[in-house]
Write a protein that binds this ligand. Structure first.
Ligand SMILES: [Zn+2]
Length: 319
């Protein structure tokens, strides 16, 4: 479905939505600006939800790639579920006794602005004028924000500025990535979850772990948590549930590897949106499917966060 239906949150409406959520529980929620985009200086927001005395912090990033919009709706619906459920829903209240959340709907407001306003549905990167021709070329300009993190960045050999995966001129060249790095310098996170959607369908309905995790307790814990999440989400158009991808996956310059290898944070990526009966990947589904997808992921997050403490206690001690 494109242009997106009104049930998809839009860049132009994000601030209002965040203010609405904040006002539902002002004592529990703060709307923060953690940085600004590289080219258009658009704010990057984070909702901080929870109590100061919570033992651990969890980061959820709804979007890195402009065209992958499902994660934004999931992230905002999770924020609302936490806010509504505090002191009314036993499981949510318990989750909020243990964890404080930083929910970043998008770190790519520029790409998302293009997609959500109906201008161009495949805008993946930010809007940096990479060819320096003083205009925005929707199809080619920009840096892939999930190739720009300072981790294994040198190993990425794709230097083509027109590539959809262009990594930028240097590690963390983009202020969107700098915003996340500076957040991690101020806050520490026990777990980070990144939502994406597979436009090609090759990665659909899978969870991706950090690359080269080895056999460390940290990696094993991450894998166990990802498995709990995956098993809780039924596929959109096929039988079965999401799976945790086993084997080689992208490692260069991406967020989950940055969190895992540089910060020691458990981190995984969720590719939302399935493949329909015609074999097509659906990353902009209709309203009915959008609603179902959001509900499934809220259920998975609830289950994961209810079971997480037990998983961490069971794991072998660090060597
Ligand atoms: Zn993506």
């Amino acid at each position: 479905m494109y242009p997106l239906t009104p049930n998809y949150i839009r860049e132009a409406k994000l601030y209002k939505e965040l203010q609405r959520l904040t006002q539902l529980q002002p004592a529990l929620v703060q709307n923060r600006i953690i940085g600004f985009s590289s080219n258009e200086n658009l704010p990057i927001y984070a909702l901080e939800i929870g109590k100061k005395q919570a033992k651990q912090q969890i980061l959820i990033i709804g979007q890195h790639h402009g065209d992958e919009v499902l994660g934004l709706n999931v992230a905002l619906a999770w924020a609302e579920k936490l806010i509504d459920g505090y002191k009314t829903d036993e499981r949510i209240t318990k989750i909020l006794e243990q964890y404080r959340f930083w929910i970043v709907p998008t770190i790519n407001p520029e790409g998302w602005r293009i997609v959500s306003s109906g201008q161009y549905q495949f805008k993946r990167k930010n809007n940096r004028d990479t060819d320096n021709n003083k205009q925005l070329d929707l199809r080619t300009d920009g840096v892939d924000l999930n190739r720009n993190y300072p981790v294994f960045w040198d190993m990425d050999s794709d230097m083509n500025i027109n590539s959809p995966y262009y990594k930028g001129t240097e590690p963390a060249s983009e202020s969107e990535v700098k915003a996340i790095i500076s957040l991690t310098q101020q806050q520490s996170f026990a777990l980070a979850i990144f939502f994406h959607s597979s436009a090609s369908g090759a990665y659909s309905e899978k969870l991706y772990l950090p690359a080269r995790g080895g056999d460390t307790p940290l990696f094993q814990q991450t894998k166990t948590l990802a498995q709990i999440y995956a098993k809780a989400v039924k596929k959109d158009y096929a039988a079965g549930t999401y799976e945790v991808h086993d084997g080689i996956s992208s490692e260069v310059g991406n967020a989950r590897n940055y969190f895992f290898h540089r910060l020691g944070t458990k981190a995984f990526l969720v590719e939302i949106g399935g493949i329909n009966a015609k074999g097509q990947s659906v990353i902009h589904p209709d309203d009915k499917m959008l609603k179902r997808i959001v509900q499934k992921h809220l259920k998975a997050l609830t289950k994961l966060l209810t079971e997480m403490e037990g998983v961490l206690q069971q794991s072998p001690p660090r060597i």
